[in-house]
Design a protein around this ligand. Sequence first.
Ligand code: FNR
Length: 356
Amino acid sequence: MDSEPVNVREFQTLAKEALPKMHYDYYAGGAEDEHTLKENVEAFQRITFRPRILIDVSNINMETTILGYKISAPVMVAPTGFHMYAHPEGEVATARAAAACNTIMVLSFGSSCTIEEVASSCEAVRFYQLYVYKQRYVSAQLLARAESNGFKAVVLTADTPKLGRREADIRNKLTIPQSKNLEGLLSVEADSKGGSDFGAFASQTLDPSLNWKDIAWLKSMTKLPILLKGVLTAEDVEVGVDAIIVSNHGARQLDYAPASISVLEEVVQAVAGAVPVLFDGGVRRGTDVFKALALGAQAVMIGRPVIYGLAAKGEYGVKRVLEMLKDELELTMSLNGCCTIKHITRNHVRTEGDKL
Ligand code: FNR
């Protein structure tokens, strides 16, 4: 393939060529039969537009504000682990690309670079993603480091009381990826029993007792706003956090969880404007970004495509991925007759449930 991709999907092909199979599979894979993995993308394809014509679209403004922070477009970087498997500069390169695009990166708890390295890489608004470990002091210390290094919010990932069954990683016997943040903090002896060491490590660390009462624990630990990641039902809409993230963890946790986009509206209706709703899962096009916004998301987060950009072309690749999505969103807005993000409404999309 020509080495300069023209869309985000083409970065995946380059990433596959660039990476050892074990690492590519770690990034690309989903849980079990990967039904949800396919659905995350295909559910977008079943949503169509109701474009409006004869609207002056000579000036398009994609700027929006997330928890008070202005970003150039509603396209953020999702937390994903171990960027050094994709590129030697790891999360530092990703952070620089996000900053160059004037958007917010959520740094994963499982980052390969340290919090401090990312914080000092460039000036930008960043959020920190937290897993709650059985070894609570680990989570508490990393959160405190993120806060003192200027991270502006904490994303509590709540869909991972246990690690989903990712069969590619089991087959490849994925080793425990190196996170410099955990060095000297934690000693566990992963016994993989023939599966992936990573899975064994996760089962020794992730706290399966995590529950709603722990939101109060988290609040007692930090002054930062809290975003709750992993909400897929109206029942789990909890007031008392600062934002909700509709996400099925990129289909890596519960197979046959619904495609994220198919439940976005249910969650948005339950939230009823009380707090912002963010979204991730399967966003590969500017049209997907528009659809998520039309169904009520304030912004979307991008997982795998960012890693594929990083694997293919480092910082430049991540920048290109984010720029492509922004450029496509701009065109989608123009062709739908929307000049600003606020102009994007539910009336601009038709879902399968809508009456014709
Ligand atoms: C993830 N995701 C994730 N989420 C999280 O809260 N903490 C994490 O450390 C990770 N790690 C991670 C690694 C990899 C390789 C992937 C692909 C995903 C989930 C991520 O934040 C996001 O929910 C999905 O990636 C969004 O779906 P797409 O954009 O990958 O389809």
